[in-house]
Design a protein around this ligand. Structure first.
Ligand SMILES: Nc1ncnc2c1ncn2[C@@H]1O[C@H](COP(=O)(O)OP(=O)(O)O)[C@@H](O)[C@H]1O
Ligand SMILES: CC(=O)OP(=O)(O)O
Ligand SMILES: [Mg+2]
Length: 379
């Protein structure tokens, strides 16, 4: 069974082609900096077209009907989708209905689904949702302290995102620990950033909420901000709701503070003496540290913290800043090991540290392919 997985992030499109059941890809690739100023690739449709052309020019597929399944990452599945789902017209309508809740993401996934349906008309199209893994949060974690009718009527609650990544690295960490019971914090730092508290490999708390805007500071998103700021801008400063949306989703975070959403740029600006870039780095790390403290309390203990995704895997300075002065919690980073990551699971704590600090490369594509394969096999 040949499965093509398409993972559309807010600024990138990753793909992998699998001959299942092997989870070693036949080919894999990444289109980066989509829609970023100065980039050749303006949108996800163009990016996907480029991927599909290269799959056939490079000879990985000779004809579209060789693809049995296209697995799509879809960010927002609301409360309806708990596992991999065959995409029907009704499912597409539900994904569309969630556009307003995840403005950077669901529209992009929807575009990718439509392009894939046209390109691979004989393949099964399957969606795997970021929200699915966080459906195990207890009600006191997912409900907001507002009247019940906003939950029952408007479905306003914490959903959480990046679930496929938190699940994948969390399960690897639990396996690595070799314990049946585990308390793990996963830290996904890509363009979007989120953390999850995992009790025995189930998500019990996470930092994103109703949409993928809350929690940590991100590439272009503010993360947590007092909602009073929004009322102030609307009521007294002439902003429209669309202006505020643009500000908090696209013109904040690293982009808004330091002028680039690419962490590599921000480090360069800071090294060149840009004080606001240095402050952006400090805030970015501080928010993660705050959340580690909170999640250690929620879990009532801690076996491991896991760094993953673009920044989490590759940025040793950031990891060092997060782990500094956390020895009270048993978090003690080994400065040498911290610099030795080479795309494989790596333990980077000092031997005397009670808590394992790990870098685990996320692989949302493998996780999606496995979920699709298992679903079709169980039938
Ligand atoms: N060597 C590196 N050092 C620091 N940050 C890096 C490095 N390589 C990639 N990144 C950062 O990873 C982020 C993208 O992560 P990724 O997980 O691919 O994001 P997404 O899937 O949300 O598009 C970018 O901010 C990029 O700057
Ligand atoms: C949900 C989310 O923020 O996804 P990404 O990090 O891929 O933008
Ligand atoms: Mg991503």
């Amino acid at each position: 069974m040949k499965i093509l997985v398409i993972n559309s992030g807010s600024s990138s499109l990753k793909y992998q082609l699998f001959q299942m059941p092997s989870d070693h890809p036949l080919c894999a690739g990444l289109v980066e900096r989509i829609g970023v100023a100065g980039s050749d690739i303006q949108n996800h449709e163009q990016a996907l077209q480029q991927v599909l052309n290269s799959l056939s020019t490079l000879g990985f597929i000779n004809s579209p009907d060789e693809i049995d399944v296209v697995g799509h990452r879809v960010v927002h599945g609301g409360e309806s989708f708990l596992g991999p789902t065959i995409i029907t017209d009704e499912v597409k309508a539900q994904i569309k209905a969630l556009f307003s809740l995840a403005p950077l993401h669901n529209q992009v996934s929807y575009t990718c689904i439509e392009v894939a349906e046209k390109t691979f008309p004989t393949a099964k199209q399957i969606a795997v949702f970021d929200t699915a893994y966080h459906q195990t949060l207890p009600d006191y974690a997912y409900r907001y302290a507002i009247p019940k009718k906003y939950y029952t009527g408007e479905r306003i609650r914490k959903y959480g995102f990046h679930g496929t990544s938190h699940k994948y690295v969390g399960e690897q960490a639990a396996k690595y620990l070799g314990k049946t019971e585990s308390k793990i914090i996963t830290i996904h730092l890509g363009n979007g950033c989120s953390m999850a508290a995992l009790l025995n490999s189930k998500s019990i708390e996470t930092s994103m909420g109703f949409g993928p805007l809350s929690g940590l500071m991100m590439g272009t998103r503010s993360g947590d901000i007092d909602p009073s700021v929004i009322f102030h801008l609307l009521d007294h400063k002439g902003y429209t709701p669309a202006d505020v949306n643009q500000l908090l989703n696209k013109a904040s975070g690293l982009q808004g503070m330091a002028g680039s959403n690419d962490m590599r740029d921000v480090h360069r600006f800071a090294a060149e003496g840009d004080a606001e870039a240095s402050l952006a780095l400090a805030i970015y790390a501080y928010r993660i540290k705050l959340t580690i403290g909170a999640y250690a309390a929620v879990l009532n203990g801690l076996d491991a913290i896991v760094f993953t995704a673009g920044v989490g895997e590759n940025d040793q300075l950031l990891r060092a800043a997060v782990c500094r002065d956390l020895s009270y919690l048993g978090i003690e980073l080994d400065g040498v090991k911290n610099g030795q990551y080479n795309k494989e699971i790596l333990e980077i704590n000092r031997p005397e540290g009670k808590v394992k600090i790990m870098i685990i490369p996320t692989n949302e594509e493998v996780e999606i392919a496995n979920q699709c394969y298992e679903m079709l096999h169980d039938k």
